[in-house]
Design a binder for this molecule. Sequence first.
Ligand SMILES: C[S@@+](CC[C@H](N)C(=O)[O-])C[C@H]1O[C@@H](n2cnc3c(N)ncnc32)[C@H](O)[C@@H]1O
Length: 238
Amino acid sequence: MHKRRNAGSKKENRESSLTREKKRGFNLIAPVYDFFAGLAFFGSLWRAQSHFVTSLAPVKKTLIFGGGTGRILVELIEKSASREYTYVDISEKMLSRAKKRLWELSKTRKSMPKVEFICGTQEDIPKGKFNTIVTPFILDCFNEADLAHTMRQLNDRLLPNGAWLFTDFYIAEGSIGYLTRFVTRTLYLFFNLIGALRVAQLPNFSNAFSAVGLIPQKEKYFLRKMLVTRLYCKSLDA
Ligand SMILES: C[S@@+](CC[C@H](N)C(=O)[O-])C[C@H]1O[C@@H](n2cnc3c(N)ncnc32)[C@H](O)[C@@H]1O
């Protein structure tokens, strides 16, 4: 019994030091993230994640998980309509950029939705359900096992008939698939080196969504099928 408690607290310590390391890694790249992400993929990372924003229905509550420097938050406020946003990101440097963007936006608008910023991980998403969940290039930060767990956590928070806007890398058939594998493995090498991630290869996102019972309603590929964005809808009887 005593031994088991020790094992539990050791695991907690390891997990929190891992989280601290990831936080440090993403804090490190926050000031240059947008510039290099835009440059490296010719703006396609942004085009992909913003593509279905106008397809989102007006709702009460939206969760943005891993939104980074907040460009997606501004886009959602300007082009879709949610009365409340919960913005969860592990990096306080990313969050402070998102807050600054929101402040700039507030100066140009008569009314603003309520936005709650949370510096934390999937474990820190507040209790309660969301009509919409947005995950732009964050699910690639998990290995298969952690992704399965996180998908269940996110799906539990999604209301029946809710929408999940997912955008990430895609491994296509043929030579473009080899190129994407090479590119993502190179990115993982960099992110592992700076301590932001402990992942070696892209998880299978389609399987992860099927496992929680979600099927895509809309889908679009970018950058010769290196990127994909999908709009999932949770069934009414889920
Ligand atoms: C690859 S960046 C993408 C940022 C943004 N979505 C974009 O496309 O510009 C991943 C983002 O997820 C955040 N992140 C990574 N792991 C996380 C976790 N476990 N919980 C919350 N945020 C996380 C990082 O701080 C970073 O802002």
